[in-house]
Design a protein around this ligand. Structure first.
Ligand code: ATP
Length: 222
């Protein structure tokens, strides 16, 4: 595993986070720090609460207790500001697949507030980085699973987040696509971006790994 070149203040700081559905405790006092320029992996079995934890980080699900701060911005007290700093990679079926790869990225860039020229430039860069330049004129509906994952990763990056949140990003992805995605993530962190990634087994792209068990995050990070 690679080591981040610079040790920086945490981009994401989670403290005593808790969530319960009915009488079932799903996230149970979770805490973690994601340093700047790092990929932190949350690794745990199915049902251990990873997705629920991520949803509280991305601002989709309000916690019952605890705090989430992104670059010092409270994700719930300053919800709109925090959401500008964070992007989650969408599920494959959550992007409109009647658009071409290029159209999808430009549209996402415009929605995120980029001007038309900047959005087109960002789309071009990301299409090349994700190995989709030749497929940019084909509709996403025609893409393979691996290509869809790559374009979904690009849609999250086009808005230039500080923190990227990925839930099981490599599931079902061919090895070539996964390798390309790892390179894209490494270049994102090399430029100072941070990544929080949940998966059922450790991923080689992670600088740090925390075990998740029954909604608790093990304190020892490596
Ligand atoms: N909205 C909800 N209402 C009730 N229970 C829920 C809800 N969302 C999740 N759960 C339950 O919370 C538990 C943890 O689910 P979660 O998806 O967070 O786990 P996970 O670690 O991400 O699992 P996987 O690796 O399968 O994605 C599961 O038992 C799930 O059924």
């Amino acid at each position: 595993m690679s080591t981040p070149q610079r040790v920086q203040a945490p981009v994401l700081r989670v403290r005593a986070l808790a969530k319960q559905f009915g009488d079932q405790v799903i996230v149970d006092g979770a805490g973690l720090d994601v340093p700047g320029g790092s990929v932190l992996g949350l690794v745990g079995p199915a049902g251990s609460g990873k997705t629920t934890l991520l949803a509280m980080v991305t601002g989709l699900l309000p916690p019952d207790e605890g705090t989430v701060q992104v670059l010092g911005v409270d994700a719930w007290a300053q919800h709109a500001r925090a959401r500008q700093l964070v992007a989650a990679m969408p599920d494959d079926d959550a992007v409109p697949d009647s658009l071409t790869g290029r159209e999808l990225l430009i549209w996402k860039g415009l929605v995120a507030g980029l001007d038309a020229r900047t959005a087109a430039e960002a789309a071009g860069l990301l299409l090349r980085a994700t190995g989709l330049a030749e497929a940019e004129g084909r509709t996403v509906a025609e893409y393979t699973v691996g290509m869809r994952r790559r374009i979904c990763l690009a849609t999250a990056l086009v808005r230039r987040p500080k923190l990227l949140v990925l839930d099981d990003p490599f599931a079902g992805v061919d090895e070539d696509s996964a390798a390309t995605m790892r390179v894209v993530l490494r270049s994102f962190t090399a430029e100072g971006g941070s990544v929080l990634l949940a998966s059922r087994s450790a991923e080689s792209v992670c600088d740090l790994v925390c075990a998740v068990e029954r909604g608790r995050v093990a304190t020892g990070q490596r």
